[in-house]
Each structure stands twice: as C-alpha cells, then as structure tokens.
Write a protein that binds this ligand. Structure first.
Ligand SMILES: *Cc1c(COP(=O)(O)O)cnc(C)c1O
Length: 391
C-alpha cells in the first residue's frame, strides 16, 4: 500500500472486511463490543490491538477504517476522528498543552479557531503570541526557546493567505516546538504537509471530505506516538469522538474526493481568472492567480489554488446586492460542498470580531467568499457575471 498513489489509497486504504467479505465498508452501529471471557476484557483494557475495540468513544471498526484511510492519504502514521473540525482543532491543542506553555499562532484564522487560542487556551494559563503568518521574520521573532507549539491555517479563511509550511516548521523545530496545521483549504488532495514539515495535520471533514454537506466531522493526524499517546487519552475521556455513521459517510466521501476537489479547483481557477478581468470588482483573491502575493509558494506547496476564492464588491451594500442576485450559487457558510456557496464573512462567520480586527485581517465590508462546487463551470460564471452586472 505504501507505493499506492493518493487516488488509490482514497478508495482502498484502511478497509476492514467482516466475515461476509462485503465490498462497501460496513457501518458498525455499536457502542460496545463483547468479550469472550472476563480475562479477555481485562487484557483488552490493559492493551488493545488494532482490531480490538472497547467502546465507541475510544474507537470502532468503521471509524478506524476512516482514520486509517485518511492517514494513509496524508502520509501520517495515525489519526483520531472527531465529532467536528473544531473538536479536532481544540483536541490537538488542548491534549498537548498545559498552563505556562507558550504558543505562536498566525492571526488570520477561522473565527472558532481564534476563539480557542484567544479565549480558551489563555483561560487555562497558556500564553499565545499572534503573528502575521505570511511574515517569516515575525514567526522567527515570536518563537522562543520555550515555545511548545505553533498553529496556523495553511491557507487562511477567508482572505486566502498562504503560509509556508516548510519554512515555519523549520523555525519551530529549531526550538523543539510541535507544528499543528489546520489544513482545510488545502484539502487532503493538494496536501503534502507532513512531508513538508508539519507534525500534526487537522481537517474539518465537514468540508471537502464529506463534500456533500451532510455531516460534521474532523480528524487529527500525526505520529503514532502523538495520536495514541497524547490525543487518544484526551479525546476518549473528553468525549469528542466521531459517530460510526458519520465515519462511514466520510469514508464514502474520501472515495470521490480526488475527482471532486480537482474539478472544483479547476472551475475556481477559471472563474478567478475571468473575474479578475472584471473592472467592477475591487479585488479577486485566489492563490492560483499570478497576482496573488504567495503565488509561487502556492505552486510548490499545493500545486493548485484550491476550491475557494474571495471577491471584493467594494461595499457591504454591493456585496449584499451581488449575493441576493445569484441564482445558482446559494448563500450559506459551508465550503468544499458539491453546491457552490457564497458567504459574506464580515456579517456572518467573522461578525464576532471587532471592526478593527476585521480591517487588520483584510476582511473588508465588500468581501464575498466563494466556495466553488461541482456545477457546470460556464453556468457558475454566467451566474456571477449576471449578479456583478447588476451592481
Ligand atoms: C470549518 C472550519 C473549521 C471547523 O470545522 P467544523 O467541522 O465546522 O467544526 C476549522 N478550521 C477551518 C479553517 C474551517 O474552515
């Protein structure tokens, strides 16, 4: 399996068949497992093997298939599936940190990630320093000999800044800090983050992994030692585990993720290039455009600009008018979905931030985030052109 390409792993890695030899992965909707003898129960609580389960909060065959499949795709030794992307982000950080520790984080973060770092960790005595994630000198200045972890989104939400995984990892590893990466926008398809230096990779499976807007989920990926020794004890006792039914949906999502995400990214690139030429928009942000400040890094790190672009209509009124005029693209706040989705971050996902913080992060009143789906590319472009023409 080690020599398999990602697309083959996405379909076959981690498969565990029952005595019936089913083709499609079985859903084990069971909370517990029977032990033949009291001695067997005792032995399993002391040390359980890869195919020995105790309780669904600790693990389950369907969940294990999902964990092993995505770990194989990412090149990670192990994974722990979680109830949501935020359970994965908070679990990865909280399981390894304690009072007195120092963390350096990029400041351009998804609102809930910012809440974990700014409000939750600090409440338990963890010191957090925020930096401009695209500025390597700022990382270097902020990372101290006692820094325990660094955290960033490889592509930030919604301003699509791309952060240099290899360079930041090098700075972090020089002091022995753990690199924890929220890799949602890169997707498992365009990610090579572990090889590039990340120690821990986290995904919200709610996004491209399900890809069809059905369920919340998340995954923490890393070394066997980190996942089994640090993450698992924390997650299994605090309760943020994934449900077996969700794990089955995510397994099915992984089977098609390569095809879906590449098609979505191709359409996103086409739309970004077409809209960049449109003078009515103040700005088109897409990491796959040559005008993007981190275009060369995007090419070497991901080889694609991804499935999301952001456009600036100039003002909140213009952004709302544009959103309300869209006929195919829906107004919602998920991303990575088969359905194209438009979001106004300033009034929804990033509403909690102060006007000053939003301005500092580049979340302007006219900014619209566009998650490109699986519809016909020409239909999507026509939908956007029609809405923009009405401004
Ligand atoms: C959506 C998202 C999350 C949170 O995931 P949920 O599954 O909604 O909990 C975390 N980080 C990023 C970058 C996201 O886009």
């Amino acid at each position: 399996m080690k020599t398999w390409k990602k697309r083959t792993k996405a379909v076959h890695a981690g498969t565990r068949r029952s005595q019936y030899n089913e083709v499609s992965e079985a859903i084990y909707l069971t909370q517990g497992f029977v032990y033949d003898t009291a001695e067997d129960a005792e032995a399993r609580f002391i040390q359980s093997g890869d195919d020995e389960f105790i309780y669904a909060r600790y693990g389950n065959p369907t969940i294990a298939m999902f964990e092993d499949r995505i770990a194989a795709m990412e090149g990670a030794e192990a994974g722990f599936a979680t109830a949501s992307g935020m359970a994965a982000v908070s679990g990865a950080l909280t399981s390894m940190l304690r009072a007195g520790d120092h963390v350096v984080s990029a400041q351009a973060l998804f609102g809930s990630c910012l809440y974990i770092l700014e409000e939750v960790l600090t409440r338990f005595g963890v010191e957090v320093t925020f930096v401009d994630g695209t500025d390597l000198a700022a990382w270097e200045a902020a990372i101290r000999p006692d820094t325990k972890a660094v955290f960033f989104e490889s592509v930030s939400n919604p301003t699509l800044e791309v952060i240099d995984i290899a360079a930041v990892s090098k700075l972090a590893h020089a002091v022995g800090a753990t690199v924890i990466l929220d890799n949602v926008f890169a997707t498992p398809v365009f990610s090579d983050a572990i090889a590039q230096g990340a120690d821990v990779v986290v995904y919200s499976a709610t996004k491209h992994i399900d890809g069809q807007g059905r369920a919340l989920g998340g995954i923490i990926l890393g070394t066997r030692e980190f996942i089994r020794g640090t993450v698992e004890p924390y997650m299994k006792h605090t309760g943020g585990s994934m449900s077996p039914f969700t794990a089955w949906m995510m397994l099915k999502g992984l089977e098609t993720i390569e095809l879906r995400v590449r098609a979505q990214a191709n359409t996103a690139a086409m739309i970004a290039a077409a809209l960049e030429a449109d003078s009515q928009l103040t700005q088109v942000i897409y990491p796959g455009l040559e005008t993007h400040p981190q275009y060369p890094l995007t090419q070497t790190q991901m080889g694609s600009g991804g499935t999301v672009l952001s456009i600036d209509a100039g003002s909140q009124a213009a952004a709302f008018k544009l959103l309300n005029a869209l006929e195919i693209i829906t107004i919602s706040n998920n991303l990575g979905d088969a359905k194209s989705i438009a979001t106004h971050p300033a009034t929804t996902t990033h509403q909690r931030l102060s006007e000053e913080t939003r301005a500092a992060l580049g979340i302007t009143p006219g900014l619209v985030r566009l998650s490109v789906g699986l519809e016909d590319p020409d239909d999507l472009l026509a939908d956007l052109r029609g809405a923009i023409a009405g401004l």
